[in-house]
Design a protein around this ligand. Structure first.
Ligand code: KIV
Length: 257
């Protein structure tokens, strides 16, 4: 097994896992120093490309961003999201996972769970590619946001999905917008690390979309905390540049040949 993946599994109950998304080289370089897992999430659809949801991101787009990010990652585990429709059946999933793995040189792929695709996960894992699972609010399968696991029947379903993901061979699993009690129960029940996003501090690790926590995306649902307001900082920088250009203070002799 890939040594980095093994370390992630072994970290359960020992340390909290720090995870964030990256879509580009400069961000990946920073995250590699500070994160355990860097995810090239298909959230790039909304965060970068201004799409309504993640439903129509292509495999080519994920590979292109995956190449850029993975080439800057040394110590962290680099995971690339399998986009919607890229894992319709086991054969298609294996072919596309292999393509992502080979072209990007990432460490693993992530597959959203629709409650049925365990054979797909098993197939990819058996072909030698580590898989990260994803349950709860799985954006590829929803049109509208809804917190998960608040009703009794959903709790049972989510716990079952987590166990089935583990059995299918995932090395860790994202719990997205899952109720605190369900996240706590799943984290206790399974042996692989749970990575929460809006799923309480009981998870073994946390992930956020980097553009959200840096205040770049303008998307701030309840589960996001803005740790810095990059929008404001960038605006200030651009304002300074604008003033300098308008007042002929830039470029100066220092910037010319
Ligand atoms: O696409 C993504 O960024 C994700 C994370 C939010 C877990 O799936």
């Amino acid at each position: 097994m890939n040594k980095k993946i093994y370390q992630i599994i072994k970290s359960k109950n020992k340390k909290k896992l720090v995870c964030l998304t990256a879509y580009s080289k400069p961000i990946a370089k920073i995250l590699d120093k500070l994160c355990d897992i860097v995810l090239v999430g298909d959230s790039l659809a909304t965060a970068m490309y201004g799409m309504k949801n993640t439903h129509s991101v292509t495999l080519d787009t994920m590979i292109q961003h995956g190449v850029s990010v993975a080439s800057s990652i040394n110590s962290a585990v680099c995971v690339v999201d399998m986009p919607a429709k890229s894992y319709k059946n086991v054969a298609i999933a294996k072919k596309n996972a292999k393509l992502i793995f080979k072209k990007t040189k990432c460490d693993a792929v992530k597959v959203e769970c629709n409650g049925k695709n365990y054979d797909v996960i098993r197939g990819i894992v058996k072909s030698g590619i580590p898989v990260m699972g994803h349950i709860g609010f799985t954006p590829q399968y929803y049109k509208k946001f809804k917190a998960q696991g608040l009703e009794e029947k959903d709790k049972i379903k989510l716990i079952e999905q987590a166990k089935k993901n583990e059995k299918a061979g995932v090395f860790s699993i994202v719990l997205e917008c899952v109720s605190t009690s369900v996240a706590r129960e799943i984290t206790k029940l399974i042996k692989i690390p749970t990575i929460g996003i809006g799923a309480s501090g009981y998870c073994d690790g946390q992930i956020l979309v980097t553009d959200d926590m840096l205040g770049l995306s303008g998307f701030y649902p309840k589960f996001v905390k803005k740790f810095v307001n990059l929008n404001k900082i960038i605006e200030k920088g651009v304002q300074k540049y604008r003033n300098a250009v308008i007042n002929n203070k830039f470029p100066t002799d220092k910037n010319t040949f």
